[in-house]
Design a protein around this ligand. Structure first.
Ligand code: HAM
Length: 418
């Protein structure tokens, strides 16, 4: 029974310190770009996720029936909950909406390096803006985060494309609407599944062999001019992407980004630009990913509102930071260890602790009779800055002894001046 459920994690204090450090970076990057935090319940009605376009995520639900017979699921991602929240206040929220959140998400996945059955996913989304400026701003938040943890564009690359590229290709082949969405979900698996499997699935959608070849050659393009040659001189998809890359240049983050037509993403709801960040070494799974989804609310029965955003998990980034030696060495947050030399002074030690805590210090009071040697070791282990000793003669004259653990210097300080 000492083991938790497969694919889930415990966070012991040393891991929790790192998690809090990472989350702090998520918070500060969001706030630096004017985003506000929101949250929602971890459970939702299952039907919020039962889209029928063959996405993996819909087959990985942690779902159950509650005691009232309702079909419920743990959230596998945050976007549908966010859409539900926006829909519920439709018209009442001032636009654009710029919100972020760090929810725990649950997917019954095959566990592997960087993928678990639960993960925390920083979500950053903008609603109510049709313009590509919103997408550029999101990429700026993402790069801000990478920079804030010490990563550079030598470590990470953000690959960008647009669903509109495939839409133009498939549209010209007569594949539209639901078939188009299904085709995107299949095409996304091209680098994960054998070519025959993907081709067979596309054939099932009624896509001919020659069209499959066309799709494959378009997806291998990594230069925008080359793409224009393949699509059409007045391709909207290409114009929009060109504009996006201009904006990224203005933000000063071009070196982090590249065009790559093979980025399609496996979720059905994307409608425009899509992007994914990877380690340059190409060893790890995607660090984060997102894109524009202007028609999600419509599929949930509401009135559409343009939206774009990304999800950024806590697992791959930690792997990468650890590999690059960028994880900080964070000790516990205790500032003072307080102890009494003598049992008769225990009350005094409590008084001293209360005073220090009232002044905002983070105090660990030694609650049992302990030897001096143990106390020193304990102070070292907790990374405390000071040892506050309550000693008989000193206390009688209204003082406590404070040892600075960095310098080793000792001083007697008046209790009232603590
Ligand atoms: P997603 O690509 O499914 O997109 O997930 C986004 C990120 O969440 C991934 O790149 C990865 O960092 C992390 N992630 C996903 N599944 C796992 C897992 N099993 N274990 C560890 N990390 C994982 C979405 O979820 C979209 N809802 C993102 C979005 C927000 N699009 C627009 N707004």
């Amino acid at each position: 029974m000492a083991q938790g459920v497969r694919g889930t994690r415990d966070f012991y204090p040393e891991e929790m310190r790192l998690r809090n450090w990472l989350f702090q970076k998520f918070h500060s990057s969001s706030l630096s770009h004017g985003f506000e935090e929101y949250d929602s319940p971890i459970i939702e009605h299952e039907e919020l996720y039962t889209r029928k376009q063959g996405e993996e995520i819909t087959q990985q639900l942690y779902n159950f029936e509650d005691k009232g017979g309702r079909k419920i699921s743990l959230r596998p991602e945050m976007t549908p909950s966010l859409a539900r929240m926006v829909m519920a206040r439709s018209g009442a929220l001032p636009l654009p909406i710029k919100w972020y959140s760090i929810p725990q998400c649950w997917r019954y996945e095959r566990t592997q390096r960087g993928r678990g059955r639960e993960h925390y996913q920083w979500n950053v989304d903008i609603w109510g803006m049709e313009g590509i400026e919103a997408d550029a701003e999101l990429l700026s938040v993402m790069v801000h985060m990478f920079t804030s943890v010490g990563l550079t564009h030598d470590d990470v690359v953000v690959r960008i494309s647009s669903r509109k590229v495939l839409e133009e290709v498939l549209g010209s082949l007569g594949i539209e609407g639901d078939s188009f969405t299904k085709a995107c979900v299949i095409v996304d698996k091209m680098d994960k599944l054998p070519e025959e499997t993907v081709s067979a699935q596309l054939s099932d959608l009624g896509i001919s062999d020659s069209s499959i070849t066309t799709i494959q050659s378009v997806l291998s393009v990594t230069e925008l001019p080359g793409l224009r040659d393949m699509l059409s001189p007045d391709s909207m998809a290409v114009s929009e992407l060109e504009r996006l890359f201009q904006l990224l240049e203005s933000y000063g983050i071009s070196e982090w980004t590249t065009f790559d037509a093979s980025v399609v993403r496996g979720l059905a709801y994307y409608t425009g630009p899509v992007f994914e960040a990877h380690d340059r070494g190409g060893e790890l799974r995607a660090i984060c990913g997102g894109g524009r989804y202007d028609r999600l609310i419509g599929t949930l029965g509401g009135r559409d509102l343009p939206a774009t955003g990304f999800g950024f998990g806590d697992m791959v980034i930690m792997e990468l930071l650890s590999e690059k030696g960028l994880l900080p060495d964070i000790s516990s947050r205790v500032s003072d260890v307080v102890f009494s030399m003598d049992e008769s002074l225990r009350g005094a030690a409590m008084e001293v602790s209360s005073k220090l805590r009232g002044a905002g210090r983070r105090v660990d009071l030694v609650l049992e009779p302990k030897k001096m040697k143990w106390v020193f070791k304990h102070a070292e282990r907790t990374g405390a800055e000071r040892l506050v000793m309550v000693m008989p003669a000193e206390w009688d004259s209204g003082k406590v002894r404070i040892k600075d653990l960095q310098t080793g210097e000792e001083n007697d300080i008046e209790f009232k001046d603590l």
